[in-house]
Design a protein around this ligand. Structure first.
Ligand code: SF4
Ligand code: SF4
Length: 355
C-alpha cells in the first residue's frame, strides 16, 4: 500500500502534522481508494519542514465496525465524546458528556460483591439479604477498578482516551470490507468537531491511508472548524433538526441560524453533503418544519440527498445506565408513519434517499 505523498498546504504548520505511517502499518491495501485528494493542493513530503508533533489524543466512546447507515458502503464509525447541542431526543446521551462515564446495569448484576471490595471510594453498596445493589455516583470518580472485577458486564466505563494511531489501527483492520463496498471511516458523536484537533487528525490520517471519510455533524460549530477539516472530508452527513428558530432552541438548546449559515458555506464550497433529518413524532414532524426543509433543499441544489432518521428510544434507556434523569419519551414511529413523512416530503419536491 502506498501512503499519500503529500498534504494540503493549508495544514502544513498545524498541530495535526505527525507521522501516521509510523504508527499504523496496515497489512492490506485499498487499491480502489489509492488517490491523494485534493491533488491540486498537494506538496511533496520533502517540503514539510515542521518538526514532529506529539500524537493527537482524544476521547472516544465507541468504535462501531460494519456500520451501514453512516455513509456509503461498509464503514467503521468512530464516536467522539462531547457535543455542542443537547437535543431532547438524543440517541447517544453518553456522547454529550465530555468525560468518561460509569455505566451500571442492575439487571445484569449477579450480586457477587467483587465491585464492593474493588472500589477505593466505597461507592458500591450490596445488600446481601435482598441482593439490592446501589451505586453512589457522588463518590465515584470513574477510575474503572470495579469494571475490571465485574464479569457479568453490569459495570462498564464508557469513553476512553485514545491516540489517533490507536483509533486508526482499529479502522484500518477492515480495509478489505471498505474495498469491496466503497466504504470507509465515519466520525460521529456527540459532535465530532467538539474535539477539533483530534477529529482533524483522524480524518487526515484516514485520508493518508486512502480511506473515504464521512463526518456526521450537527453543524453547531464555528465556521473555522469546518474550514479546518474541509480538505479531509469526502461526505458531510449534516443534521437539520428544526426549522423554526424558537423551537430549535427549545428542542436542542442551540441557535439554528449558524447551523444553516454553515450549511450554506459548505454547499458553496462544492462539498458533498447529505441532509439528515431526525424526525420525532409530535415535535418536529410538523408540516411547517417539512416546509422549511423543502425550502432549504430547493435553495441548495448541490445537496447529495436527504435521509430521515426516525426517533427511537435507545437514548432514553441509556440515561438510567449513567444515572442521569430520564428525558421525555416520544412515540416510536412505525413504518406507516415513516412512509407518511417520506410522502409528505415528496409532495414538497424532496426525495428521501437511503431509507
Ligand atoms: S461485580 Fe458486577 S455482578 Fe458483581 S456485584 Fe458488582 S456489579 Fe454486580
Ligand atoms: S469507577 Fe472507581 S470510583 Fe467509581 S464505582 Fe467503580 S471503582 Fe468506585
Amino acid at each position: 500500500m502506498q501512503p499519500c505523498s503529500g498534504a494540503p498546504n493549508s495544514t502544513l504548520n498545524s498541530t495535526a502534522i505527525w507521522s501516521y505511517a509510523s504508527v499504523v502499518t496496515p497489512t492490506t491495501s485499498l487499491d480502489s481508494h489509492r488517490k491523494c485528494r485534493p491533488k491540486s493542493s498537494c506538496v511533496p513530503n520533502s517540503t514539510m519542514s515542521s518538526p514532529p508533533q506529539p500524537e493527537p489524543r482524544g476521547r472516544v466512546f465507541e468504535i462501531q465496525r460494519f456500520s451501514i447507515h453512516d455513509g456509503p458502503g461498509i464503514r467503521t464509525t468512530v464516536f467522539l465524546q462531547g457535543c455542542t447541542l443537547a437535543c431532547l431526543w438524543c440517541h447517544n446521551p453518553e456522547g454529550g458528556s465530555s468525560r468518561p462515564v460509569l455505566s451500571f446495569q442492575p439487571d445484569k448484576c449477579v450480586a457477587c460483591g467483587w465491585c464492593v471490595s474493588a472500589c477505593p471510594e466505597q461507592a458500591h453498596h450490596l445488600d446481601v439479604e435482598t441482593g439490592t445493589h446501589t451505586l453512589d455516583r457522588d463518590r465515584c470518580r470513574v477510575c474503572g477498578a470495579c469494571t475490571e472485577q465485574c464479569y457479568s458486564g453490569a459495570l462498564e466505563v464508557v469513553g476512553r482516551d485514545m491516540g489517533v494511531g490507536e483509533v486508526l489501527q482499529d479502522v484500518l483492520a477492515d480495509i478489505p470490507f471498505y474495498e469491496t463496498s466503497d466504504g470507509g471511516m465515519t466520525l460521529s458523536g456527540g459532535e465530532p468537531l467538539a474535539q477539533l484537533d483530534f477529529a482533524a487528525a483522524l480524518l487526515q490520517g484516514a485520508r493518508h491511508h486512502g480511506l473515504h471519510t464521512a463526518l456526521e455533524t450537527c453543524g453547531s460549530v464555528p465556521l473555522a472548524h469546518l474550514e479546518r477539516i474541509l480538505p479531509w472530508v469526502d461526505l458531510f452527513l449534516y443534521d437539520i433538526k428544526e426549522s423554526a428558530p424558537e423551537r430549535h432552541r427549545e428542542f436542542t438548546g442551540g441557535d439554528g441560524a449558524p447551523i444553516i449559515a454553515n450549511l450554506r458555506y459548505l454547499h458553496g464550497t462544492g462539498a458533498a453533503i447529505r441532509l439528515r433529518l431526525p424526525l420525532i413524532p409530535t415535535m418536529n414532524d410538523r408540516p411547517d418544519h417539512l416546509d422549511g426543509v423543502a425550502e432549504l433543499v430547493h435553495e441548495l441544489p448541490g445537496l447529495e440527498g436527504v435521509e430521515i432518521m426516525p426517533y427511537h428510544r435507545l437514548g432514553t434507556s441509556k440515561m438510567s445506565r449513567f444515572g442521569w434523569p430520564q428525558g421525555p419519551e416520544f412515540e416510536t414511529p412505525d413504518d406507516a408513519m415513516v412512509e407518511g413523512w417520506i410522502t409528505a416530503l415528496g409532495q414538497r419536491g424532496v426525495t428521501v434517499r437511503n431509507r
